[in-house]
Write a protein that binds this ligand. Structure first.
Ligand code: UD1
Length: 421
């Protein structure tokens, strides 16, 4: 296992180019199970999660070639229908193979993903949606066994939960419905840009999906889908993380290859705090003025403030003078980073789904432990501004979702390097 060493206190300056979106790529890779024809995916980030999904696809009978940022997925001539616990348990997004498998093969056996540090994370909506499409689902020894020997049939599905909509449940059900007989409508669908990207890929494969990006998606089922070529959208969470990297160090950064509309809530909040943010074509220019002011943040499904930016924002608010409040509405237990930030001198108090942050003048470097992907990012950001040396252990969390993070930060002037633990 590796750890990251960061010498804090450097002002970041320069340009950084954002990679393809992990959360768009993973369901799109799963969607290739809906066809036997070759698919080509461009702008694919080289991440640990990408390789996990490659292993899953190979275990299901695909042949995958990953070269630079292009993934070519072809059929090996054999199809398998079992997604193993070892692969699904390390990455929740792998549960997304369930919909495509049962739609294409009429059967699937996919391990339940299990718990994770950011909360309970049930899959009831995935199961509700697939059952509505006519799949017969049973649970056996931690696996979902799905059967639809006569195929799936289109229907109306209300897919909302108490918290709003679910991204991967929408993806799973939308993919399955592309091969169902008749028309499926998903009400209370997730509107995330990654769902729109998936729908675009599926439409290139010959699916007929309308309304992606709204809460109401309509899918006209087709007998079969074909191969397709697609370029993944830029990663809005990586872009948001670099915006904060610039601001937390008092620097100025040009962030290239961004769709700024995907970052509306983040740009709005940072601008309110006093950041200077300019949009120029596909670039975002983020500058620090004299000081930032505290903020109140509530995480919500898109287009609200993303839960995947909550931990990074908390690092910034930790060194922003005044009292800030974060309310986590998507994963009310997603606060593993609080204790670690406090070990670096932050003053954060958790009260149920709220965190109350009293900005301090300085953080101090410390040995901290990464607990999940975005929590790890927040510790790196805190390390960039802390006085002295910060050591972030368990870097494999970061490798799940950030391509070349250290190199990108080093190119901006950070002192950050990797060591074996
Ligand atoms: C996706 C993202 C993840 C992000 C999350 C919320 C991917 C690969 N991952 O995860 O990075 O943090 O969206 O933006 O795209 N829920 C249920 N029942 C379900 C499904 C979800 O109760 O069947 C709840 C969850 O516990 C959570 C909320 O719904 O409270 C939102 O979760 P969801 O949108 O499903 O997250 P994921 O799609 O798993």
């Amino acid at each position: 296992m590796d750890k990251l060493i960061i010498e804090g206190g450097r002002v970041l300056k320069g340009e950084v180019t954002i990679s393809g979106a992990k959360n768009a790529l993973l369901p799109i890779m799963a969607a290739t199970l809906l066809t036997d024809e070759p698919c080509i995916i461009e702008n694919a980030p080289n991440l640990r999660d990408t390789h996990t999904m490659i292993r899953i696809l190979c275990s299901l009978g695909k042949t995958v070639d990953f070269n630079k940022d292009v993934i070519k997925i072809t059929s090996s001539g054999h199809s398998y229908y079992v997604a193993d616990y070892k692969l699904v348990s390390v990455m929740r997004a792998s549960f997304c193979v369930l919909g495509p498998l049962v739609a294409k093969l009429g059967k699937a056996k996919v391990s339940l993903p299990g718990g994770c540090v950011i909360g309970v994370r049930p899959v009831d909506l995935h199961l509700k949606g697939l059952t509505s499409l006519g799949a017969q689902l049973d649970m056996e020894a931690g696996y979902i066994i799905a059967k639809a020997p006569k195929g799936l049939r289109g229907t109306h599905i209300y897919l909302g939960g108490n918290f709003g909509s679910s991204v991967l449940a929408t993806a799973n059900v939308m993919m399955a419905a592309t091969l169902a007989r008749g028309i499926t409508t998903i009400e209370s669908a997730a509107c995330e840009p990654e769902i729109v990207d998936l729908a675009e890929f599926l439409n290139k494969m010959g699916a007929c999906i309308r309304g992606a990006g709204t809460h109401y998606i309509q899918i006209e089922g087709k007998k079969q889908l074909r191969g397709a070529k697609h370029k993944i959208i830029p990663d809005r969470i990586e872009a948001g993380t670099f915006m904060i990297a610039g601001l937390i160090t008092g620097g100025n950064i040009i962030i290239k290859n961004v769709i700024s509309e995907h970052l509306g809530a983040v740009i709005d909040k940072l601008s309110f705090m006093g950041a200077e943010i300019k949009k120029e074509n596909k670039d975002l220019i983020v500058g620090y003025k004299r000081y930032l002011k505290p903020a109140e943040i509530v995480t919500l499904p898109y287009p609200g403030f993303p839960t995947d930016m909550q931990a990074q924002m908390m690092a910034l608010l930790s060194v922003t003078e005044g009292i800030s409040i974060i309310t986590e509405k998507v994963y009310p237990d997603r606060f593993m980073h609080v204790a670690e930030l406090n070990r670096m001198g932050a003053r954060i108090q958790r009260e149920g789904p709220h965190a109350i942050i009293q900005g301090v003048d300085n953080l101090c470097g410390a040995a901290v432990m990464a607990s999940d992907l975005r929590a790890s990012a927040s510790l790196v950001l805190a390390g960039l501004v802390a006085q002295g040396t910060t050591t972030v252990s368990r870097t494999y969390h970061l490798e799940r979702g950030y391509e070349n993070l250290e190199n990108k930060l080093r190119n901006l002037g950070a002192v950050i390097y990797r060591q074996k633990e």
